[in-house]
Design a protein around this ligand. Structure first.
Ligand SMILES: [Cu+2]
Length: 166
């Protein structure tokens, strides 16, 4: 009597242990897979579509036609994470701020695009036509790196700039 109870008990515990282990493994795997499936699609568009506001300094770049040259002044600018740049139309309009999508890394493009309102084409700002008209881009959440840009109407005249995000 005692022996069979012990055996039954032991068998029961083994069965429970096995069952428990199986269930735990299955449940964990299922949950992880479900969590990954649920997280990945929601997180990516949220990150891609949300403008990250400027939290630091807003720098100014003038768009000018001077000495027979179309240029961004300064053409090279370094900003810190969270800074922004405001382009201002001074002379020689129309001008815009355009990044060649082919030169912008895949991990930068979604946030840069989210930080550029009213694009006329991928990563291209609208045209600034009037004196003192401005266009501002936040570089918050943009990975450190150097990014080339140009003015679409004056690309052939070499109106180019470089933004370095520290
Ligand atoms: Cu221009």
């Amino acid at each position: 009597m005692k022996i069979s109870r012990i055996l039954l008990g032991a068998a029961g515990m083994i069965a429970l242990a096995c069952g428990g282990a199986d269930n735990t493994t299955t449940t964990t795997t299922g949950d992880t897979a479900a969590a990954a499936a649920a997280t990945t699609p929601t997180a990516t568009p949220a990150a891609a579509g949300t403008l990250a506001p400027i939290t630091g300094t807003t720098h100014e770049v003038r768009m000018v036609f001077e000495n027979n040259e179309y240029k961004f002044v300064p053409a090279n600018i370094t900003v810190k994470a969270g800074d922004g740049i405001r382009w201002i139309m001074v002379s020689g309009a129309p001008h815009n701020v355009a990044f060649d999508p082919a030169t912008i890394p895949a991990n930068v493009k979604p946030q840069l695009s989210a930080n550029m309102p009213n694009q006329i084409s991928e990563l291209s700002s609208p045209m600034l036509i009037n004196l003192n008209e401005t266009y501002t881009i936040s570089f918050a959440n943009i990975p450190a790196g150097s990014y080339n840009y140009h003015c679409t109407p004056h690309l052939a005249m070499n109106m180019r700039g470089v933004i370095t995000v520290e």
